[in-house]
Design a protein around this ligand. Structure first.
Ligand code: ASP
Ligand code: MG
Length: 408
């Protein structure tokens, strides 16, 4: 049985016109000989009547804070509503459909309400429908616990549903439909000539998400990666091919092809503060690297871009942690300096592994535009530069140009 999982996001099912476009995509899959399995998000975005945020606000509007268990109960309704309306759209066209909650579809989770983890999928009911020629229309973002409690998988979790169902059914592919043409080389609001990529590797998309580009839920990529199921990011409102997210290309030559681009994409994440902690003896017995970082961790503050030198320790934090960090450092008399309004810009690409000169090129691109680099960090497949936020657009464009990402 050729199975295709098709997941449609909130904007794709926002109104009847869009839902007809969704139905076109499902019909196309049928015509191509697939058994489609449809997964949907709640209708629309915050403010729309049945969107997730609207349901959360409704619950809280009574004046007391909704407990996590009941919040999951109300949030899960958004996707269920969406399923029924979409299924009716498909039925009108003569397709036999069956609507299922995540729990009915066999998604079993732990009871970590609001961010539940999928323990396993029991796909027999889905198979039964497929064998009877019925299209399953499954509510994304939710599951049930062993005890039958309704749970949700964390915000944006419908992508996770799509991937986990794809894995459980050993689907040919999982299509993620949204309102953009695919994964882009940079944020098109910043870089006018950003391009849609035809293909990208799982780990690169994973990094894009981690370094600030919103494409798809990283957990969905992880699931697809572990079971090698191709993921396709497509636009509900167009017929373009979209972006294929896949594994290393086995046919790829060992040596670097001159035409190959070293960099795949650029991502950026703002609202960061650089912290320098000086070890000048003033904090006495506390001045041990391990003590400092344990202290910060014990307050639940996560740090990034860590550089440890004997006299000074550099790292960055998210802005919302500034006050907390200041309190902790002051309590042990650490000498420190903060630099706010920073953004981390990252270039990502599997092919930079072992290629000399990528850092030089990065620095050259930024210095051409007099953009000061406050700090860097790197891995085999990424280089991040911390800069002042006001230079973000200039920096992303400079790097996009330097690495020729805007050219086919
Ligand atoms: N509706 C849920 C949310 O807004 C899940 C999703 O859209 O993927 O987070
Ligand atoms: Mg989403």
């Amino acid at each position: 049985m050729k199975i295709l999982v098709q997941k449609f996001g909130g904007t794709s099912v926002a109104n009847q016109e869009r839902r007809e476009m969704v139905a076109d995509k499902v019909e196309k899959a049928v015509q191509q000989g697939f058994h489609p399995v449809v997964v949907v998000s709640a209708i629309g975005r915050s403010g729309d009547p049945y969107a997730t945020d609207t349901l959360i606000n409704l619950a809280n509007s009574a004046g007391s804070k909704t407990n996590p268990r009941e919040l999951d109960m109300i949030m899960s309704c958004g996707e269920v509503i969406s399923c029924v309306v979409l299924a009716n759209t498909l039925k009108k066209r003569g397709h036999n459909c069956a609507v299922m909650t995540g729990g009915q579809a066999g998604i079993i989770t732990d009871e970590n309400f609001g961010d539940a983890e999928v323990l396993r999928v029991e796909p027999q009911t889905i198979y039964d429908f497929l064998e009877a020629g019925i299209i399953p229309v499954i509510a994304g973002f939710q599951g049930k616990s062993e005890k039958g409690e309704i749970t949700t998988l964390g915000r944006g979790g419908s992508d996770v549903t799509g991937a986990i169902i794809g894995e459980a059914l050993n689907a040919d592919a999982v299509e993620i439909y949204t309102d953009v043409e695919g994964v882009m080389t940079a944020d098109p609001r910043i870089v006018p000539d950003a391009m849609v990529m035809k293909k990208i590797f799982y780990n690169e998309v994973f990094q894009m998400a981690e370094y600030g580009a919103k494409v798809i839920h990283p957990r969905a990529v992880e699931i697809a990666m572990r079971s090698s199921i191709p993921l396709l990011i497509k636009n509900t409102m167009s017929d373009s091919e979209g972006t294929l997210i896949t594994n290393y290309d086995k046919t790829r030559k060992y040596r670097q092809d001159k035409k190959d681009k070293i960099i795949t994409a650029i991502a950026q994440i703002g609202s960061r503060t650089q912290v320098k902690v000086f070890f000048d003896g003033s904090a006495g017995e506390f001045e041990k690297d391990s003590y400092l970082f344990e202290l910060i961790a014990s307050e639940g503050i996560s740090v990034d871009m860590i550089n440890v030198n004997p006299e000074v320790k550099f790292f960055i934090i998210e802005d919302y942690n500034i006050e907390k960090l200041q309190k902790v450092l002051a309590s042990k008399h650490f000498q420190y300096e903060l630099l706010s309004n920073c953004t981390k810009v990252t270039i990502i690409g599997n092919k930079m592994r072992g290629v000399p000169g990528v850092m030089a090129k990065t620095i050259r691109a930024l210095s051409k535009f007099n953009i000061e680099i406050l700090q860097t960090s790197d891995s085999h497949t990424t280089i991040s530069c911390l800069i002042y936020t006001e230079f973000t657009n200039a920096a992303v464009n400079a790097l996009h140009q330097e690495f020729e990402l805007g050219k086919a």
